[in-house]
Design a protein around this ligand. Structure first.
Ligand code: PRP
Ligand code: MN
Ligand code: MG
Length: 196
């Protein structure tokens, strides 16, 4: 698996340090809001799973945790811009503050759609906490709800990255660092550059 990595962008130590900072910021911001309602952290499967687990264990407040799964891209690797939900929330988020947790924001389509979905379910505010952000690829503006804020771990250059939950063809998610995939690993894929 390591042979397929061109270079490492963030080591597990870099990641650990940054996740601790994000968790401290979230803990501070959530505590500052005088609300009796505890926040719900909603991870977007599958890519969120490592980040979500690391993040919530460092948030020193009682929080609820749920997962959603969004099918954005069918069987291909390109965005068609019209996601649909394939596994919905288990928890009721009516009047709750939701923190959406993602591994990476690319075009923004998945998040925009999910934010609208959470609004329709009655969330009072929606923040986003994404491990990586690739603003150079953004196609839509991400409009948060209520007093929601946007948190990101790192700005990601426009390379195909894997590890720390992110995959190519469902592999590499278990790498403990984030690296750039060697082009030979995705050459032969018919569509243009695959997305995470
Ligand atoms: C990736 C990533 C985000 C989304 C970002 O998930 O985890 O959820 O794409 O792309 P966008 O900003 O262009 O919408 P993917 O659909 O590959 O599923 P996965 O998490 O199971 O890998
Ligand atoms: Mn995802
Ligand atoms: Mg993926």
């Amino acid at each position: 698996m390591e042979d397929d990595i061109e270079n490492i962008l963030w080591t597990s130590e870099d990641i650990s340090n940054r996740v601790s900072e994000l968790a401290a910021q979230l803990t501070h911001d959530i505590s500052a809001v005088k609300s009796t309602e505890l926040p719900v952290f909603v991870g977007v499967a599958t890519g969120c799973f490592v980040f979500l687990a690391d993040l919530v264990r460092r948030v020193s407040l009682p929080v609820s945790i749920d997962l959603v799964r969004v099918s954005s891209y069918g069987t291909g690797t390109l965005s068609n811009g019209s996601p649909s939900i394939s596994s919905d929330l288990k928890l009721d988020v009516t009047d709750k503050h939701v923190v959406l947790v993602e591994d990476i924001v690319d075009t923004g389509n998945t998040l925009c759609w999910l934010i609208k979905h959470l609004k329709s379910k009655g969330a009072s505010s929606v923040s986003v906490c994404t491990f990586l952000d690739k603003p150079s690829r953004r196609k839509v503006n991400i409009e948060l709800i209520g007093k929601g804020k946007f948190y990101r771990g790192f700005e990601c250059p426009d390379h195909f990255v894997v590890g720390y939950g992110m995959d190519f063809a469902e592999l590499y998610r278990n790498l403990p660092y984030v690296g750039v995939l060697k082009p030979r690993c995705y050459q032969g894929v018919k569509e243009e550059l695959p997305k995470n």
